[in-house]
Design a binder for this molecule. Structure first.
Ligand SMILES: NC(=O)c1ccc[n+]([C@@H]2O[C@H](COP(=O)([O-])OP(=O)(O)OC[C@H]3O[C@@H](n4cnc5c(N)ncnc54)[C@H](OP(=O)(O)O)[C@@H]3O)[C@@H](O)[C@H]2O)c1
Length: 326
């Protein structure tokens, strides 16, 4: 497995594993007896970067990772996140120093470890200056409880302010062939400051793989039921981007998911996508993206073609859009 460096020194596998879907957001949680072998298979295949958050479950996903990754704890990088009241996104933000500390302590217990490799603020808290957040994380780093920190869905000004207090190792924000906004302002700032970029939902929450169409029925608890981009009508209209990926995949003897990931990997050495899956065959398929090289001409063709497509529907429901890019 190829490795990449985030920020000034966090080495991880070039592709990480997003673990949210094992416990949260896309229907019922995966049974532990299936989830643990999947996590072990990821490690056996060379993945050393695992993404979780206290909010995933809440709490269950951190517990799962703690148990599954314990046998090789010192060989993996576990990223987790703080910043919601009681760990629940629907309760609003809480990045007060007391909450950051409490989440760190609880996450360490749940993950049965004595350090968090990468601790992200899950969303910027409008009520707590980012300098105060950075200062609190700096103390946790001094105490040896945290090794690196990051932000998620933060705007350029916040990234700069945060980095000035405590160097930021990575930004984790949505980025994929159907959400390229970070190219405008965010990626240039990350490159300038040498901050890594961890694109979340790199497969467009599954849509870019071609496995979802207008007749797909999501479980009643699936978050995609409330995402405008996933309305039945928009799934029909947005198939055009999947058709494009299918054509390129056919030419490259690859799958649409692999092309979506290979394109992200080609955007820069400091980029480490974290696709999520609950299925072993898809894990292996996604890892295959690492060996797909897209030439400069192919990348230009992909970008030109996606530029010509207007994706229909917002990537979050309106009340959650208010939390991103701050
Ligand atoms: N910081 C944040 O605010 C934030 C927000 C969202 C996500 N994240 C992180 O990013 C990770 C990845 O994002 P994500 O899970 O939202 O989206 P994603 O990785 O773009 O897509 C995951 C979805 O795609 C499906 N899938 C995966 N590989 C596939 C393949 N080869 N063929 C067909 N379907 C495939 C999965 O279904 P199956 O399970 O059925 O395979 C799942 O429903 C999360 O696990 C989480 O750790 C962070």
């Amino acid at each position: 497995m190829k490795k990449r460096i985030l920020g000034n020194g966090l080495e991880v596998s070039a592709l990480g594993l997003g673990c949210m879907g094992l416990s949260f957001a896309y229907g019922p949680a995966t049974d532990k007896k299936d989830a643990i072998p999947l996590l072990h298979a990821a490690f056996d295949a060379g993945i050393t970067f695992f993404d979780t958050a206290e909010a995933y479950g809440p709490f269950a996903n951190e517990e799962l990772l703690g148990e599954a990754l314990a046998p090789f704890r010192d060989k993996v990088v576990i990223a987790t996140k703080f910043g919601f009241k009681q760990g629940k996104p629907d309760q609003g933000m809480d990045s007060t120093p007391a909450n950051i500390r409490a989440v760190a302590e609880a996450a360490l217990k749940r993950m049965k470890t004595d350090y968090i490799d990468l601790f992200y603020q899950h969303r910027v808290d409008p009520n707590v200056p980012i300098e105060e957040v950075a200062g609190t994380v700096a103390e946790l780093i001094k105490e040896g409880k945290v090794r690196h920190w990051g932000l998620s869905e933060a705007g350029a000004i916040t990234i700069r302010r945060a980095h000035a207090v405590l160097p930021v190792t990575a930004l984790q924000s949505e980025y994929s062939l159907w959400w390229r906004e970070p190219e405008q302002e965010i990626i240039p700032v990350l490159k300038e400051l040498n901050i890594g970029f961890v694109p979340f939902s790199p497969l467009g929450k599954g849509f870019l793989t071609g496995a979802i169409n207008e007749s797909t029925q999501f479980d009643s608890t699936d978050f995609r039921n409330v995402v405008p981009r996933f309305s039945e009508e928009n799934r029909r209209l947005n198939q055009v981007v999947v058709d494009l990926l299918k054509d390129i995949a056919a030419e490259k003897q690859a799958t649409p998911a692999q092309i979506a990931l290979a394109w992200l990997l080609a955007q820069g050495e400091g980029i480490v996508p974290i696709p999520g899956t609950t299925k072993l065959s898809r894990l292996q398929e996604n890892i295959g993206a690492i060996n797909i090289e897209l030439s400069a001409d192919e990348l230009t063709a992909i970008e030109k073609a996606t530029d010509a497509i207007t994706i229909q529907g917002a990537r979050y429901p309106q009340h959650l859009m208010a939390r991103v890019g701050k």
